[in-house]
Design a binder for this molecule. Structure first.
Ligand code: AMP
Length: 457
């Protein structure tokens, strides 16, 4: 997971507060750490990183004062490397030719092999992230100009990378040739932005220019914008379906498709495929199932009700996991409204079942309020395979839908009925050609099955 944001002003405007705000809007993509890196007057790179949420990790007022017109930032959700601060990004480095800072969203699938190759040639890694491999690959080609070394390095990578970088005094954005993770360009006056999602561009008042194309490197420098193709031939695109299902903010637009509209349509299609005529009301798991549940309600004409209220101030790290708190479990975060649920047949819509814990707890909570029947509808196909491209899914043995068939899972979570959307309906709702969408977590069709996965070094 993770979110990245970059800003560049060719006229020397200060951009650090915008980067801070951009990260603030991308907070949902990672809550473990946040950081920014920028170019100083003399071309040196400075960075500040901290643990936790953006407003705790970074000092907005201090950043706003710093005179920097080229900067990148990152919010971290650790998928590769642990949560400690050494793994927080942007990572920075200096070579004899240039200073570098890198913010990465995605997971490289051949990082271990590359790391071994580099270590055998003397590289010393200071973090446990796959991202650091990219810096070492650049440093490994000292005879080349940094940008050429960077583009060459990208040809060695497999898997997912959306990058916002500082190379020298330029802002550089790059997206892997498969286009796993989103990355979009924005502009306000003469300031350029790159962002994981459009919602962050909305916040800084930037208009959306276009996506960084899969396989494209975009350089924002004093001379304007330059673009380079990464010389890797790929058979097809692999844009992440799970961004639409769960991960991206609903007010974002990915590949020209509104995430909100896709989720609503998923709910509508679920209502067509898996109707529940005996239900008195439709509700969504807050907040992940809310939009799809409204789509379900609209299509089925069963009334929508908000039956569970979420404490919106609950963070991941705020409450100590004592025994008492563990016993309270999901109630710390969610509280059902008994008056609405009592005696009712309820359709509960959520976006996904991963380990199955959330679903099980929600059903028992709703039943404890006196609901007569709970029918669960999931707006993604069963998650049966781990993601190696940057979404934090557990191993197969922990994935509920990989261990159990539908009926077993229905019993396990305590639902009166359980139904998922089909992969065809998911693709249809996303509205992009099927051979451009990655469904590996549902289908097990990984990019490695189609492409040369170990490029030469
Ligand atoms: P689980 O309790 O493990 O079945 O998790 C499913 C719930 O977590 C769903 O309500 C999703 O909204 C949410 N979810 C799905 N994928 C992820 C993820 N990669 N990281 C965190 N939460 C997730």
């Amino acid at each position: 997971m993770c979110g990245i944001f970059g800003a560049y002003s060719p006229r020397g405007k200060k951009v650090l507060e915008d980067v801070y705000l951009g990260l603030y809007a991308l907070q949902h993509r990672g809550q473990e750490a946040a950081g920014v890196a920028w170019v100083n007057e003399g071309g040196r790179i400075s960075s500040i990183k901290g643990s936790g949420l953006v407003h705790l990790a970074l000092d907005q007022a201090k950043l706003a004062e710093i005179d920097a017109s080229c900067a990148v930032g990152h919010v971290r959700y650790s998928t590769a490397g642990g949560p400690d601060l050494a793994n927080a990004q942007p990572l920075t480095a200096s070579t004899s030719k240039s200073s570098l800072a890198i913010a990465h969203n995605g997971n490289l699938t051949n990082a271990a092999g590359l790391k071994l190759f580099l270590e055998n040639r003397g590289a010393i890694f200071y973090s446990a992230t796959d991202t650091e491999v990219i810096l070492h690959l650049i440093a490994h080609q000292p005879h080349k100009q940094p940008l050429d070394a960077f583009v060459d390095s990208l040809t060695r990578l497999r898997g997912a990378y959306s990058l916002a970088m500082v190379i020298g005094q330029d802002l550089v954005a790059a997206r892997d040739p498969w286009g796993f993770r989103p990355l979009v360009i924005g502009m306000r006056d003469d300031v350029y932005y790159v962002s994981s999602e459009t919602c962050a561009l909305n916040l800084v008042g930037a208009s959306i220019v276009r996506e960084v194309e899969p396989g494209e490197v975009v350089i924002f420098g004093p001379g304007g914008i330059e673009t380079i193709r990464i010389p890797v031939n790929v058979k097809r695109r692999f844009g992440c379906a799970f961004e639409f299902v769960y991960f991206a903010r609903p007010d974002s637009v990915i590949d020209g498709r509104s995430v909100y509209e896709v989720r609503k349509d998923l709910g509508k299609k679920l209502a067509q495929r898996a109707p529940c005529p005996q239900a008195h009301l439709v509700t969504g798991m807050p907040d992940s199932g809310t939009i799809a549940s409204m789509g379900y309600a609209g299509e089925s004409t069963i009334p929508y009700e908000q039956t569970v209220v979420r404490n919106r101030y609950v963070g991941r790290t705020f409450i100590e996991p004592t025994q008492r708190v563990r016993e309270l479990g999901v109630r710390i975060k969610l509280n059902p409204i008994e008056k609405i649920l009592s005696g009712k047949n309820v359709v509960v819509v959520d976006d996904s079942i991963v380990r199955g814990t959330t679903c099980q707890r929600m059903i028992s909570m709703i039943k404890a309020c006196g609901a007569s029947q709970v029918h669960v509808r999931i707006s993604s196909p069963p998650v049966r395979f781990p993601c190696y491209y940057g979404i934090d899914t557990p191993t197969r043995v922990e994935l509920a839908a990989a261990k159990m068939n539908l009926r077993q899972l229905e019993r396990e979570v305590g639902a009166d009925s359980l139904a998922y959307i089909t992969e065809e309906d998911l693709i249809d709702a996303i509205g992009l050609p099927a051979d451009t969408v990655c469904t590996a977590c549902f289908s097990g069709n990984y990019m490695e099955g189609e492409e040369d996965s170990e490029p030469g070094l």
